[in-house]
Design a protein around this ligand. Structure first.
Ligand SMILES: Cc1ncc(COP(=O)(O)O)c(C=O)c1O
Length: 494
């Protein structure tokens, strides 16, 4: 149970005035490194809950945000006070249903399973940190055995990092070292992470701010570009987009290409399941040219799409390298991983990967993953995704029937998006990377004020709840969406 710290009025008054105190008391140049009284100040602050305004003041004055200007981002942020199941609460006790699992990562919801708490606690009390060059831990061995059992084929070898971008950086490096080639192909409708190489792989406009970036990356279009179409049937789309990929490879030179990176089911760029035969076709093309197929499972992995991994939506496709993060441990502690097949691992048995971060194989986060994955299996989270999948699908269908602003929707597993239109010609409220539209901002505000949190991007929003959601909660989320869309429908031009 969550319990609020009991605070006396005097304690509160003292803390309020401490929070207003100038930093210069401790760090003026004349008193450099004189921290007298600093511990006492922060001990008092630490013991008393902050008010929302105090949190927001410190956040806007002392932190920076990512994709949006920091001032705007700070002003629109919710102070998250606690989480429980598929919900989280702000400081005023307002409850939000989490319809995006935060960054499609809180797959086990916001209540940390007791076995994860116990495993982390035990790890902290035994080996809290081990230098990964020369020191190994039992938890690393056990997690790797479990991971090898979860992954199909000979994806038996694991390298642990701190998140998805670092997993992709490592995979790029491994592919280049293994093949001795430099070029890498990645798709336009993709996101692969925020570090230099992962940003280079990223095809969507989030890459632009990092350019000029990593060298040797060539982008190509996937089967579902934004406006361009490869054809009218799934078969034609698949065949033409593979033919085009072959042509790109002939321009770049197959013998120069180390790897093709792709999200098996595209995530933030639109929840796009590839047409039947596409992943199989990419696998075949890779085999023909000795190119490594790298699947970015950072978002797909661990049940999101209804299969354990997104590439398992295809028939018998085993990528050479798989990158993972997020769902690997429900995002309770930062963790990413790279899996590779025997033939890739064989290369690195004889030759170093040649990079390594301090937090590679951090035992505490590995313990969280080992326990979280056991919880995933014990409580049959994948079975829950299978049970909820048709319900999500039918709730989406209902939304489309009821609201003229719903243009289309896509979902598989518990991975979904709804695309919105402003008129009967099917035009979006916001074009791809286009200027904001007040109706979309209003939609986002309506969601928040009605207690639903999700990602709204361009002219769409996402339905990616924690994988532990039940039918009642799913229906409750859609009731809120229905209400918000009724407001949005007022902007529909016939
Ligand atoms: C498909 C995909 N790859 C990579 C990443 C980057 O992962 P991280 O933010 O953990 O670095 C993300 C993050 O959203 C992602 O969705």
């Amino acid at each position: 149970m969550f319990s609020k710290a009991i605070t006396t009025t005097t304690q509160r008054t003292v803390v309020s005035s401490l929070l207003k105190q100038s930093k210069c008391l401790f760090t003026t140049s004349s008193k450099k490194n004189n921290f007298d009284g600093l511990y006492e100040k922060h001990k008092k602050i630490a013991d008393v809950p902050m008010k929302t305004e105090e949190v927001m003041k410190a956040i806007s004055e002392n932190t920076l945000f990512t994709w949006n200007p920091s001032a705007t981002a700070a002003a629109s942020s919710i102070v998250m006070e606690r989480g429980e199941g598929v919900y989280f609460f702000d400081k005023q006790g307002k409850k939000y249903i989490d319809f995006n699992s935060q960054a499609m990562c809180s797959n086990l919801g916001h209540t940390v399973p007791q076995e994860v708490i116990d495993a982390v606690d035990k790890q902290l009390k035994t080996v809290a940190y081990a230098y990964p060059c020369g020191l190994v831990t039992e938890v690393k061995a056990k997690l790797s055995l479990l991971m090898a059992d979860l992954m199909p084929g000979d994806l038996n070898h694991f390298y642990y990092v701190s998140g998805g971008a670092e997993a992709n950086e490592t995979a790029m490096r491994m592919a280049r070292l293994k093949t001795g080639r430099h070029k890498i192909l990645a798709r336009y409708r993709s996101y692969h992470g925020a570090t230099l190489g992962a940003m280079g792989l990223t095809g969507d406009p989030r890459r632009w701010g990092s350019e000029p970036g990593a060298s040797g990356i060539v982008h190509f279009m996937d089967p579902f570009p934004y406006t361009f179409s490869w054809g009218s049937t799934e078969e034609e789309i698949c065949q033409k987009s593979l033919q085009y990929l072959r042509e790109v490879i002939s321009y770049e030179g197959g013998k120069n290409i180390a790897a093709i990176f792709l999200e098996p089911v595209t995530g933030t760029n639109g929840i796009l399941k590839p047409p039947a035969g596409y992943l199989e076709g990419v696998r075949q093309i890779c085999d023909q040219h000795g190119i490594l197929m790298v699947c970015d499972e950072v978002m797909n992995g661990f049940g999101r799409t209804g299969t354990m991994f997104g590439f398992e939506q295809a028939n018998n496709v085993i990528p050479d390298i798989v990158t993972m993060a997020k769902g690997i441990n429900g995002a309770f502690i930062p963790l990413g991983a790279v899996a590779c097949r025997d033939h890739v691992a064989a290369h690195f048995q004889k030759s170093p990967i040649g990079i390594g971060s301090t937090y590679n194989s951090h035992p505490v986060t590995l313990a969280s993953a080992y326990a979280a994955l056991q919880y995933f299996l014990r409580t049959d989270v994948l079975g829950n995704v299978h049970r909820m999948e048709p319900i999500l699908q039918s709730l989406m269908e209902d939304l489309k029937k009821r609201h003229p602003t719903v243009k289309t929707f896509r979902s598989l597993g518990l991975f979904g998006t709804v695309e919105l239109q402003k008129n009967s010609r099917g035009e979006p409220f916001v074009e791809f990377n286009g200027p904001a539209h007040p109706a979309m901002a209003q939609l986002k505000n309506d969601m928040i004020s009605n207690g639903l949190y999700t990602l709204v991007r361009f002219s769409s929003f996402f339905t990616n709840p924690p994988l532990i959601i039940n039918e009642k909660e799913l229906r409750q989320g859609f009731e809120i969406l229905d209400k918000c869309l009724t407001n949005l429908d007022k902007h529909f031009e016939k």
